[in-house]
Design a protein around this ligand. Structure first.
Ligand SMILES: *[C@@H]1O[C@H](CO)[C@@H](O)[C@H](O)[C@H]1NC(C)=O
Ligand SMILES: *[C@@H]1O[C@H](CO)[C@@H](O)[C@H](O)[C@H]1NC(C)=O
Length: 266
């Protein structure tokens, strides 16, 4: 229900100045049952991911030592200096009539050129003391927790598109869970990553305790907890799911909707 968005975020830092927001489209690199972070080397991985970014992506990507930024020679992202890999769960339509699954296609985000994939943002909010620390080579982290049943809408959210909504991510127009009504223009999923770092570890056993959300939880805060005092660029993904094609009044409402993520939650 509250999903798992995984990223290997590698060296990009030098290009990110504290003044500039980067927003770039990344087309699909591959859709595979692969997860080098949570289940390295395991093939097939427990669930399908859609993967974008550098072409050195592989099943092992040994933590810390493997720096996709150093190993890749090209990327599916339009920001060609970034060889990071990013991945998230895939979304499926599960037919209420016959139980079969169809992978929900994606569409390009407003004005961007892309084939599937997602839009990646680097938002360099400067910390209270004006300092922003770039990602170090080999750095990686995940956002979200497939085991969590806690709604964390401020960092991972869904917006039902086609009702004249604005752009700001994860505000009151969004829901933590997938919308339970028909969304004529699709569903936008936003994933906001932690923006505070312990300043020491490139990774951690659960891939997230070395990072933390700022004190206000969501986007744009510059106040890091004392345990994770170092401000890092805030990474956000946007994924546009083309759910508008699944129109049938019987599939929605009363808490029902027909979509399910590849790790099994709806
Ligand atoms: C993945 O990358 C590692 C390190 O470069 C390499 O040793 C390994 O053979 C690669 N695995 C595959 C399946 O390409
Ligand atoms: C199952 O139902 C869906 C609609 O819910 C339909 O699009 C699909 O073609 C059906 N598949 C089979 C195998 O009947």
């Amino acid at each position: 229900m509250f999903w798992n968005a995984l990223a290997v975020v590698a060296l990009l830092g030098q290009s990110v100045s504290a003044q500039n927001m980067l927003r770039f489209a990344c087309s699909q690199l591959t859709i595979e049952r692969a997860d080098p972070l949570v289940t390295p080397g395991q093939s097939p991985a427990p669930h399908t991911h859609q993967i974008i970014g550098g072409n050195s992506f592989n099943l092992t990507m040994e933590p810390v030592n493997y720096d996709p930024a150093a190993k890749s020679t090209c990327t599916s992202c339009t920001y060609s200096e970034d060889f990071s890999n990013y991945w998230t769960a895939s979304l499926y339509f599960k037919s209420p009539e016959n139980g079969t699954f169809q992978r929900v296609p994606q569409f390009a985000n407003g004005g961007l050129q892309q084939d599937g994939g997602m839009t990646v943002y680097y938002m360099p909010y400067s910390a209270k003391n004006g300092k922003m620390t770039a990602f170090k080579p080999g750095f990686r982290m995940i956002a979200g927790d497939p085991m969590s049943k806690k709604n964390n809408r401020v960092s991972i959210c869904h917006r039902c598109l086609g009702n004249g909504e604005g752009f700001a991510p994860c505000d009151a127009k969004d829901t933590g869970e997938l919308p339970t009504k028909y969304c004529p223009s699709g569903i936008r999923a936003s994933i906001i990553f932690p923006s505070c770092w312990d300043g020491k570890n490139l990774d951690s056993p659960d891939h997230k305790s070395h990072v933390a959300y700022s004190n206000s939880g969501g986007l744009g805060s510059t106040s890091c907890p004392t345990t994770h005092p170092v401000a890092i660029p805030q990474v956000m993904y946007e994924i546009m799911w083309d759910t508008g094609r699944y129109k049938n009044d019987a599939w929605y409402g009363n808490g029902k909707q027909p979509f399910v993520y590849s790790f099994g939650d709806g």
